[in-house]
Ligand binder design. Structure first.
Ligand SMILES: [Zn+2]
Length: 480
């Protein structure tokens, strides 16, 4: 007789190894496309655990897929194919000690300011516990863990999506650390990222300015044009820029200048339309300044298609598991960090996440909540969006940092290697694993998830946003 292992129990018994993995990644933060140690650590672990590892997914040297499958006893059925999406990239400039005051470990160093040390490890832990359960119960099927690089500004999954690695999945599980336990039913905007490179003519800025054609003038005029364009776009459009090259000495008319743009909008047709208008502004600036404009597509991602059936399933599992219990020490640590956040954060949380006035006063929110974002479009973007157009994807958020902390700030790093982050990560692993088990056990439930997805895709088929010649950087992986 086989005994059924509940994935949550297995995760409780085996949590130390996952906490150690998340802490190791936290302690060695690597930014986009350079996740050498983090990817190697996870791939080696999965290989040792019996998964088959394939590197270079999507042409990215720090991307890998770990697959494990079990055929039915008579070899007749393959069972469902379920994916788990992991990430492990850090952010530049967010180095931070494991303390409740803002203090860098290394000035301008990297830090896990979006909690991806927890994100990747939590998804890996979920895949591991489902493997244990499948093995113990003899349940046929395939599980895949995807080590996805460069979520921050690189869109690793979009290259992986173009390569077709998600095509035959029945669904995929994904979670993101945050300050509430909830499942998302809303969307997030898509994005195109471009470099605009202007080429002019150099001259002595004092002696012969009339002979020069300033590339920097073109960048500045382009930015002015964009700032007028803002008035005439839809509400959820966001246009951000950074001047990445502005010339050298002020007494030299610069013959080269560069500006980096993010063009965000909700639906793919909106992103395409606003991008065309941005390119027109760049060309106008080039015409005004008699310079040449080179448009270089850097990366992009599509908006998120959320799956309500998966969200409901995860909410049921969360209700079964109950809230995350935080200790008084963890509450006190979180309260100390909360106090240091800018005024206005609480108001922002109330309006964006639907939290009450009492809730925003709590240091940590361990309770379970239904979706808070149905019908809403978040104005950030994620490369999970592209996976969500290929297979149904769960959008789970668990409490890994204090209530008033926002992603991409020091408070996230300060909590990412504490009991708070660890509890949120293990909780997410349990929710994803138990939900996956439900889908293995109940084909009708999986069918419901698929049917919702297929209805969405029938209306608007997926088009990968990357131009054919847009490739990820080909960094040599020094540890492979
Ligand atoms: Zn993130």
């Amino acid at each position: 007789m086989t005994t059924t292992i509940k994935t949550a129990d297995w995760l409780n018994r085996n949590q130390t190894q996952f906490i150690e993995m998340a802490d190791t990644i936290w302690g060695h933060p690597e930014i986009r496309w350079q996740e050498f140690q983090s990817s190697k650590l996870q791939a080696d672990y999965m290989e040792e655990a019996g998964f088959e590892v394939t590197w270079d997914i999507g042409g990215i040297t720090t991307a890998f897929m770990a697959e494990w499958k079990l055929e039915s006893a008579d070899g007749s059925a393959g069972g469902p194919k379920i994916g788990f999406l992991g990430e492990y990239d850090a952010l530049p400039g967010l180095s931070q000690k494991n303390i409740a005051v803002q203090e860098a470990i290394e000035q301008n160093g990297h830090g896990h300011g979006c909690g991806h040390n927890l994100l990747g490890t939590g998804a890996l832990a979920a895949a591991m516990s489902v493997k244990q359960w499948m093995g113990e119960t003899g349940t046929a099927g395939t599980i895949r863990y995807f080590g996805c690089p460069a979520e921050e500004g690189g869109g690793g999954k979009v290259f992986m999506a173009r390569d077709g690695v998600f095509d035959d999945l029945d669904c995929a599980f994904n979670f993101h650390p945050g300050n509430v336990n909830t499942t998302m039913k809303g969307s997030a905007v898509g994005v195109n990222r471009y470099y605009f490179r202007f080429h002019g003519r150099t001259a002595h800025a004092g002696a012969a300015p009339h002979l020069g054609r300033s590339a920097l003038d073109a960048v500045e005029l382009m930015n002015v044009g964009i700032n007028y364009l803002r008035e005439h776009v839809k509400d959820n459009v966001r246009l951000h820029y950074q001047i990445t090259h502005g010339g050298g000495a002020p007494n030299v008319v610069p013959d080269f200048a560069e500006v980096f743009y993010y063009v965000r909008a909700h639906l793919p047709e909106d992103v395409a339309e606003v991008s065309e208008r941005v390119i027109k502004v760049a060309k106008g600036a080039a015409m005004m300044t008699e310079t040449e404009c080179e448009v270089v597509y850097d990366s992009g991602s599509s908006c998120v298609l959320s799956n309500h059936a998966l969200a409901d399933l995860q909410y049921e599992v969360m209700q079964r598991l109950g809230p995350i219990e935080f200790t008084p020490q963890e509450m006190a640590y979180a309260a100390e960090i909360n106090e240091k956040n800018p005024p206005g954060t609480k108001k922002y949380l109330q309006t964006s996440y639907g939290l009450t006035e009492e809730e925003v006063e709590m240091p940590l929110l361990g309770q379970v909540r239904p979706s808070l974002d149905e019908g809403r479009v978040m104005t950030g973007s994620t490369d999970v969006g592209d996976v969500s157009w290929i297979t149904p994807v769960s959008m789970l958020i668990t409490t890994c940092w204090p209530t008033n902390v926002m992603a991409h700030t020091w408070g996230v790093v300060a909590t990412g290697r504490t009991g708070i982050g660890h509890k949120g990560m293990m909780y997410a692993a349990k929710v994803m694993a138990e939900s996956a088990v439900e889908l293995f056990k109940d084909p009708a439930r999986l069918q419901q998830v698929r049917a919702e997805f297929e209805a969405q895709i029938a209306k608007r088929p997926y088009v990968n946003p990357l131009p054919d010649d847009c490739m990820p950087p080909n960094n040599r992986h020094p540890l492979r």
